[in-house]
Design a binder for this molecule. Structure first.
Ligand code: GLU
Length: 446
């Protein structure tokens, strides 16, 4: 089996040199999916995985724009249209200086499986730019977004490719891009998700990824007769996913000890309560400040510069910052400190070594493509509401989100039974694969 897997990976590597994040995402999937394919007559010999790792289309374009000071700026824009077997391409846009093809291909590849797991008809895609919104004025962000959308508009559409937010792309950026798309097309359509509530957005979309992670963790815990109530939780990140994961954990009776940003983390041994979380939300969303300011407001808390929070003893860890933020030694520290569950809020936050540490321990480990699927799931519900020209209530969307997270958990149980216990990595990869593979087989070699 190892030889088949290694041969496959060498073939993919040869065609995708210098794309480490993409190769990391591919190897994590093929380790569990190839043994399954070999055991299933209908998939064996069809080269389905080889087709899945090749994007259907990659678009790369120049984004030239004039900043407030009158200087001409040039960024690079991308859209990776990875797989449309079960629906139009769907996935976020990331604006971050480290964005490159490797990162967007890893994200688009993950998105295929994640979207399939939601049970909604969405294919996989991802896009973005190396533009850095941090520290930029609203005017500069608007000008960049307008220029970016001027090119992207010709490639997307409500039945073709529906982008959304990701790191660096929140409601402000979605607003500017939607405005420009509408202006170019003279059409008011649901071409982006994560829209504002008065212009086609869905209730609970902002909360969905973070809430969904906590629902998924609760599902894993209930399956072993436990609950999140009363547990200590370490959260990394302080963006959209981290904020609402913390909020839901607090509502469900857990004690949230940490949050972080790319500069460091804050530790509050009394727990970050609703009021303190409101302070963080205002700091990050409106003032666009740094997490270290928290200790000025709440002097009993401490700030650790340049560090991640994984050495803080906790029962539950929720990495919500970015890829490869939780390494093998961090996983060892969590295991040593008796952590019982890890739910990934970010995409691929745990590296290969960390995942294997978790899988070889008693920790319940939920990979992002299962546990952070709530965001794109509610994006799917936003698309449905846009088509119906109707909007559902908060309660309706939240209930639907809970059912979807529950269904994803069940799919992981169905496909992830191991010798001793459930392997959620295997379960998520195979359940996602089966749905997309069946559609690809039915549609012939395309
Ligand atoms: N960027 C989010 C993700 O990683 C959401 C994508 C979407 O809503 O289309 O799933």
């Amino acid at each position: 089996m190892d030889t088949i897997i290694n041969n496959f990976l060498s073939e993919v590597e040869a065609r995708n040199r210098h794309q480490p994040e993409f190769m990391q995402a591919v190897s994590e999937v093929v380790e569990t999916v190839i043994p399954y394919i070999v055991s299933q007559k209908i998939y064996y010999g069809q080269n389905i995985l080889l087709r899945m790792v090749e994007p259907e289309r990659v678009i790369s374009f120049r984004v030239a724009w004039v900043d407030e000071a009158g200087e001409i700026r040039v960024n690079r824009g991308y859209r990776v249209e990875m797989n449309s077997a079960i629906g139009p391409y769907k996935g976020g846009l990331r604006f971050h200086p480290n964005v490159n093809l490797s990162i967007l291909k890893f994200l688009a590849f993950e998105q295929i499986f994640k979207n399939a797991l939601t049970t909604l008809p969405m294919g996989g895609g991802k896009g973005g730019s190396d533009f850095d919104p941090k520290g930029k004025s609203d005017i500069d962000v608007m000008r960049f977004c307008q220029s970016f959308m001027t090119e992207l508009a010709r490639h997307i559409g409500p039945n073709r490719d529906i982008p959304a937010g990701d790191i660096g792309v929140g409601s402000r950026e979605i607003g500017y891009m939607f405005g420009q798309y509408k202006r170019l097309r003279n059409e008011f359509t649901g071409v982006l998700t994560g829209k504002g509530l008065t212009w086609g957005g869905s209730l609970i979309r902002s909360e969905a990824t973070g809430y969904g992670v906590v629902y998924f963790i609760e599902n894993m815990l209930q399956n072993v007769g436990q609950s999140i109530q009363g547990k200590t939780v370490v959260v990394s990140g302080s963006g959209n996913v981290a904020q609402y994961a913390a909020e839901k954990a607090i509502i469900m009776g857990a004690k949230v000890l940490t949050m972080s940003d790319s500069s460091g983390y804050i530790f509050d041994q009394d727990g970050i309560n609703q009021e303190k979380l409101q302070y963080i939300m205002d700091l990050k969303n409106n003032k666009r400040g740094r997490i270290k300011q928290y200790v000025k407001q709440y002097p009993k808390a401490s700030y650790y510069d340049g560090q991640t929070p994984w050495n803080v003893p906790c029962q539950i860890a929720i990495p919500c910052a970015t890829q490869n933020e939780l390494l093998e030694n961090d996983a060892k520290a969590l295991i040593k400190n008796q952590c019982i569950a890890v739910g990934e809020g970010a995409n691929m936050p745990s590296n290969h070594g960390a995942i294997h540490q978790f899988l070889n321990s008693k920790v319940l480990f939920a990979p992002g493509k299962a546990s952070n699927a709530g965001g794109v799931a509610v994006s799917g519900l936003e698309m449905a509401q846009n088509s119906l020209r109707f909007s559902w209530t908060r309660e309706q969307v939240n209930e639907r989100l809970k059912v979807i997270m529950n269904d994803i958990h069940q799919s992981c149980l169905d496909y992830g039974q191991g010798e001793k216990r459930v392997n959620y990595v295997k379960g998520a990869n195979i359940a996602g694969f089966v749905k997309v593979a069946d559609a690809m087989l039915a549609q012939g070699v395309v």
